[in-house]
Design a protein around this ligand. Structure first.
Ligand code: SAH
Ligand code: MG
Length: 204
């Protein structure tokens, strides 16, 4: 049973509770194989679900984010939150919020933030992953770079989760959906589950 040590609705973020539960169960099944990694930590919502599963299985979650926000989080865009503005840096800064969420959820020994651009970290990464969750930048270049750089690190039998997959263009942007199609067409990943805009695939 999923029980979280924190009031998850109070954490800022873009994850539906049903999607969070699906992530938690996916991570519970995968975490015994090795570490999990998410791209796109924001204020820690998905990290609580994934991290809780990792904690229960004695695994680790890496969370990669430059914490300066995606395009749509910038001032003037639809998903801008002025509470997250760092006036000294004159930029977004979600890292303090992420850290506080992880502290409140008692996950500081389990969740390791990596503060940097996913492309830069991905080029240097070498550890096989039991689960990869792609929820970072949604531009075409960002979404495809995340898939191309990171998905080869998913170990055989490991899971790939992708957020914001909208088959109908009325519901949202195309790149995560196109990445999902690419993963299925690759023959490397097979569909496992779909919950709202979350897709979970397994590497054969
Ligand atoms: N998973 C989060 C939501 C992530 S929002 C939740 O559950 O609420 C997307 C995040 O991706 C933002 O915090 C943004 O800073 C980050 N991001 C966007 N492009 C990035 C890149 N190229 N490298 C690292 N992080 C990036
Ligand atoms: Mg998302």
């Amino acid at each position: 049973m999923l029980s979280l040590p924190i009031e998850i609705d109070a954490v800022k973020g873009f994850l539906d509770p049903d999607e969070g539960a699906a992530l938690y169960h996916a991570a519970r099944s995968a975490a015994p194989l090795g570490p999990c990694l998410e791209i796109g930590g924001y204020c820690g919502k998905s990290a609580v679900y994934l991290g809780r599963a990792c904690q229960e299985k004695g695994s680790t979650l890496f969370s990669v984010d430059h914490h300066r926000g995606s395009e749509e989080n910038q001032p003037g865009w639809g998903y801008h939150d002025p509470d997250l503005w760092d006036h000294k840096a004159d930029a977004m800064d979600t890292l303090p919020f992420f850290r506080e969420t992880i502290r409140q959820a008692a996950l500081e020994e389990t969740v390791i933030p990596i503060v940097g651009r996913s492309e830069q970290v991905g080029r240097l990464w070498a550890t096989p992953l039991a689960l990869l969750f792609i929820d970072g930048g949604h531009t075409h270049d960002a979404a495809f770079a995340d898939y191309d750089l990171w998905s080869p690190h998913v170990m055989p039998g490991g899971l790939l989760a992708i957020h914001d997959v909208f088959p109908d263009p009325k519901d949202g942007g195309r790149p995560p959906y196109e990445v999902y199609l690419k993963a299925v067409a690759s023959g490397v990943f097979e569909d496992l589950a779909a919950v709202k805009s979350l897709r979970i695939l397994r590497r054969g």
